[in-house]
Design a binder for this molecule. Structure first.
Ligand SMILES: Nc1ncnc2c1ncn2[C@@H]1O[C@H](COP(=O)(O)OP(=O)(O)OP(=O)(O)O)[C@@H](O)[C@H]1O
Ligand SMILES: [Mg+2]
Length: 760
């Protein structure tokens, strides 16, 4: 027991390891006892503190710097000669519990405090301090620094001697603070975005006004400026009338009204629409074709369709054919990612001399996004169309409705309804944005839409579309695109000159076939970028001297192990696996259908994220094989007390459609007869219960995928025979096509000679 000088702290709590400076003189004492008090009432527990420094204040007073050491309880007290109070102190340092008791609490506490600091905008220093503390008791005591805790709470913390109890208490208190802060933040944000923003605008305007006055530009000149602008904008009569009406309101109301800033914003928006601006349109098909050719390699059929579309527009304009519902067909580019849809849209704008704006519709679910909010909403703004026209700066731009297949609809309304109106020539000369609330003539806009797949485009919208398909590129086409466009562009982006680096054809081929698997060329461009970045680094570092040539060896070194292998041979080496051809949102692809059997009671298990239609195909396949077992050379017994499992790997990608039917029959037959499937052959086609092979879609994309995967033979439904005209000639020459009416023919083509049959 030690006798120490008692210092009462009014409404202040000092914790162990805190440093405080107090305006007291403690004589020669090296330790004191600091006890919080309120209205002369002392807390039960105080802190034993050591004197760190004695300070002489300006004006002669004395102060002392103390550092808290540990807790203590006060015993008997007596007055000293100098009138100071001395107390017996029973020291109560923390008893640190086993870490296992406190680890969870500590973690929680830190997390809560760090979140609070984050909300308060701490610069990281306090957070680092809290993180550095390893003792549970001390950690709880950091609450003593919290500006949000009341004196009573802090005393309570001080008086809690048990460390676990104290940390639990501190955690509870801080959690309450956190919840409070979060609510406060939310309220602040709500208010700021609404009323307070108006207030702020108002004050800024007041400041602006006084600055103007200082500069000698008084109120009336600002008003004049608006009047001038309204005249200069050459708005249609109705719009000008509306602008003048609003402007009159603004003048009458005076700048001090909070509504004034809303009216100004509105007038600014009216002024932002390029009412009288249009670019000189060029509708010359020959010139258009030349521009399209300059920007994109290949895509002949696509370019042709586009030029035709433009030619028809030209004729209609020249002959003054009135626009009706049927003439408003909108050009829609549909195809896998990276095949040049967006970029050909830009080319169309260039070819026709129009401005270009892209409007991404991906994830738009609210009609107001397209059409704006009514002005009665706080923070209302015009919709995307008005903004697109403003960005274009002309009334006749090309507006690309990108990703129309990804517009959604929910309770906030259906954006596609607004789009329909915009695309309808009978209505779009008088489009009404909710915010602007005046008629906007969109009839001169050339709308072009893009999508990855046609299925998810809302039906009524799809009806009005003229679809141009981008099916993906052949290896040769990709190489040509790389040479002519991607390589030069990446050379430039990486700070190199064309004469400094070149790439061999063989190396390009390797990049295309071993490092990318895609219908488009995005990945290819990225890989070329990587290649050139590494080359540029080497040239800059002096490891190699320009001009550098990129060959196969350089490719392998820079890009690492090839990412794709021609895997059909490995996969189909065992009976029960067949190679199918499919179309997904990313283009054509080969997929392997695997069949297995084991003891069971006739069930069919299906895995690989198959859609309903694909599941039905699998059932049909099994029924077909079972009902034709004898003819297929399969022992009836093979089905008794067995179950079957069909899996289509790459389980993360959802697959659907009937076109895997023939592949499933082939996989099952292969499994049950023990005859493996030819590894150079891919197939596609729907199968009926009678074994007829029905036609399917996406022939071009599927054949391109088969070619890219190294297959040489493709089995297609007889009725798809005409579709192979769409396949580029070089691919057609490199592949053998087989056409089948019934699944027997498919099996005869696909199965290798028998190895061994599965025993019943
Ligand atoms: N035929 C081509 N000739 C030259 N460059 C091309 C060609 N096809 C695509 N590209 C280039 O490939 C890149 C990707 O094309 P783009 O962004 O237009 O793809 P997209 O079809 O719009 O894809 P997504 O569906 O993902 O939006 C662009 O930089 C484009 O210039
Ligand atoms: Mg795009």
């Amino acid at each position: 027991m030690e006798q120490l000088r008692l210092i009462g702290l009014d409404d202040t709590v000092v914790f162990p390891s805190m440093t405080v400076t107090l305006p007291v003189d403690v004589g020669d004492d090296s330790r004191v006892f600091l006890v919080p008090r309120h209205d002369k009432e002392y807390a039960a527990i105080g802190v034993v503190a050591e004197v760190v420094e004695r300070v002489r204040l300006q004006g002669g007073g004395k102060a002392t710097v103390f550092k808290g050491l540990h807790r203590g309880a006060a015993g008997a007290a007596r007055s000293a000669a100098d009138g100071q109070l001395l107390v017996d102190v029973e020291e109560r340092p923390d008893v640190t519990p086993a870490p296992s008791h406190t680890a969870e609490l500590e973690r929680e506490y830190r997390a809560v405090v760090l979140e609070i600091l984050d909300l308060r905008g701490d610069d990281g220093r306090v957070a680092a301090f809290v993180r550095a503390i390893t003792e549970a008791g001390m950690l709880a005591d950091t609450s003593g620094y919290s500006p949000d805790l009341t004196f009573a709470h802090k005393v309570q913390l001080l008086e809690t001697l048990d460390v676990v109890e104290r940390l639990t208490l501190a955690l509870r208190l801080q959690r309450e603070r956190l919840a409070e802060l979060q609510v406060r933040k939310r309220i602040r944000e709500d208010v700021e975005s609404g009323a307070q923003k108006q207030q702020r605008d108002y004050f800024l305007r007041r400041q602006l006004d006084s600055i103007r006055k200082e500069l000698g530009e008084d109120e009336s000149s600002v008003a004049d400026e608006y009047r001038q602008k309204i005249i200069a904008a050459q708005m249609p009569d109705a719009v000008r009338a509306q602008a003048e009406r609003e402007f009159g309101r603004l003048e009458r109301m005076g700048d001090s009204s909070p509504e004034a800033s809303m009216i100004r914003t509105y007038i600014d928006w009216l002024l932002a629409v390029p009412w009288a601006h249009r670019s000189e349109e060029r509708l010359d098909p020959v010139h258009a074709r030349a521009v399209l050719d300059a920007d994109h390699a290949g895509l002949d059929d696509v370019k042709e369709r586009i030029v035709e579309h433009l030619a028809v527009r030209k004729l209609r304009t020249e002959r003054g054919v009135p626009n009706d519902r049927r003439s408003g067909i909108i050009l829609t580019l549909i195809g896998p990612p990276g095949t040049g849809k967006t970029s050909i849209g830009e080319s169309i704008a260039r070819a026709t001399g129009r401005a270009f704006v892209r409007m991404s519709l991906g994830g738009v679910r609210d009609e107001a996004e397209i059409r704006g909010h009514r002005r009665t909403y706080i923070g209302a703004l015009p919709g995307r169309l008005v903004r697109a026209v403003r960005d274009a700066g002309t009334m006749n731009p090309v507006i690309m409705l990108d990703e129309v297949d990804k517009v959604g609809a929910d309770w906030r309304g259906d954006p596609s309804a607004a789009l329909l109106e915009v695309l309808d020539p009978a209505q779009n000369h008088a489009f009404r944005d909710h915010y602007l609330d005046v008629e906007l003539d969109l009839s001169e806009v050339l709308f072009i839409a893009t999508a990855n797949v046609a299925d998810t485009i809302p039906g009524p919208l799809f009806d009005r579309m003229e679809v141009v398909r981008f099916d993906g590129y052949t290896v040769e086409e990709k190489i040509a695109i790389a040479r002519g466009y991607l390589w030069p562009r990446q050379v430039e982006r990486n700070g190199l000159r064309p004469d400094e680096v070149s790439i061999e054809d063989g190396a390009l081929h390797t990049v295309v076939s071993a490092y990318t698997r895609e219908a488009g060329v995005r990945q290819l461009e990225r890989e070329l970028g990587t290649l050139l970045r590494k080359t540029a680094t080497r040239i800059a570092a002096g490891t190699i001297v320009a001009p550098a040539t990129v060959d196969d060896a350089v490719v392998r070194e820079a890009l690492g192990r090839p990412k794709f292998h021609q895997e059909a041979a490995v996969r189909t080496a065992v009976p029960g696996v067949a190679t199918g051809l499919a179309v997904t949102a990313t283009g054509g692809d080969v997929l392997f259908v695997e069949a297995a059997t084991m003891a069971g009671n006739g069930e069919l298990v299906l895995t690989g994220q198959l859609g309903d239609v694909m599941k039905e195909s699998a059932r049909i396949a099994l029924t077909y094989v079972r009902s034709h077992a004898a003819a297929l050379g399969i022992d009836e017994g093979a089905f008794r007390r067995r179950e079957f499992h069909i899996h289509v790997p790459a389980g993360a990608i959802p697959k659907d459609g009937p076109s895997a039917g023939v592949t499933m029959v082939t996989a099952l037959t292969s499994l049950l007869t023990g005859q493996p499937v030819k590894h150079t052959l891919g197939m596609t086609g729907e199968v009926t219960l009678q074994g007829r092979v029905l036609p399917i879609g996406g022939v071009k994309q599927k054949v391109l995928a088969a070619h890219a995967a190294g297959l040489t033979d493709v089995v297609l439904p007889e009725r798809n025979r005409g579709d192979i005209d769409d396949v580029p000639a070089d691919v057609r020459a490199a592949m053998r096509f087989h056409f089948a009416d019934c699944v027997d023919q498919v099996l005869a083509l696909a199965l290798e000679p028998r190895q061994h049959a599965i025993a019943a």
